[in-house]
Design a protein around this ligand. Structure first.
Ligand code: GAR
Length: 212
């Protein structure tokens, strides 16, 4: 069975969705860069090994990333899953885990990389927003896409209400992506594209606002 390590920085709701999804893998550890991450407690309660490594204890990104990699490698994971891990990673770290490092981002990439995605989406007046699971590359929030979910942006949405709608879909697509990867039904090919041999249902069209 494949082994995964999950990296978090805070609440850990995506991590929890992964832990609750009965995935065909062993969650070897949950690692946080913040000691106060709520997700650590959730993982601990489920009997999963946890570790904390604070970026504040290191002089620069490269030093933090190599210490982080040393901890990750102790668990010999097949997959490293970023679940709300709010650190920018160095190219060296990303290359080390090529094809094994995935992230979830709260927008339909390549739209809205970075932070405050829901607020920016509302400000721009877009009608369809969503979330993306992708392989991580050195280019922040721009890696090859594995799966996306779209949601409507409603007339009276606030960043909070939109974020809640997107988060529900994050909790559905992240376990699906990890399941595909654990079953070798999705992988990153030699030229950096997502290849697949998976059995998905066709998705439906989303029109927003709806037709009369
Ligand atoms: C999630 O919405 C995730 O997509 C986002 O942080 C939140 C973490 O919530 N990640 C990023 O913005 C990464 N660029 P969680 O800790 O409850 O899973």
């Amino acid at each position: 069975m494949k082994r995964i390590v999950i990296l978090i920085s805070g609440r850990g709701s995506n991590m929890q969705a992964l832990l609750d999804a009965n995935l065909p893998c062993q969650v070897a550890a949950v690692i946080s860069n913040r000691a106060d991450a709520q997700g650590l407690e959730i993982a601990g309660r489920k009997g999963i090994e946890t570790a904390v490594i604070s970026h504040k204890d290191f002089a620069d990104r490269a030093a933090f990333d190599s210490a982080l990699a040393a901890i990750i490698d102790r668990f010999a994971p097949d997959l490293v899953v970023l679940a709300g891990f709010m650190r920018i990673l160095t190219a060296g770290f990303v290359e080390r885990y090529r094809g094994k490092l995935i992230n979830i981002h709260p927008s339909l990439l390549p739209a809205y990389p970075g932070i405050d995605t829901h607020q920016r989406a509302i400000q721009d007046g877009i009608k369809i927003h969503g979330c993306t699971v992708h392989f991580v590359t050195p280019d922040l929030d721009h890696g090859p896409i594995i799966i996306q979910a779209a949601v409507p942006v409603l007339r009276d949405d606030t960043p909070q209400s939109l974020s809640a709608r997107v988060l529900c879909e994050e909790h559905r697509i992240y376990p699906q992506a990890v399941r595909w990867l654990c079953r070798n039904q999705v992988w990153l090919d030699e030229i950096g594209r997502v290849a697949s041999d998976r059995l998905e249902q066709p998705g439906a069209a989303l029109i927003s606002p709806g037709l009369e």
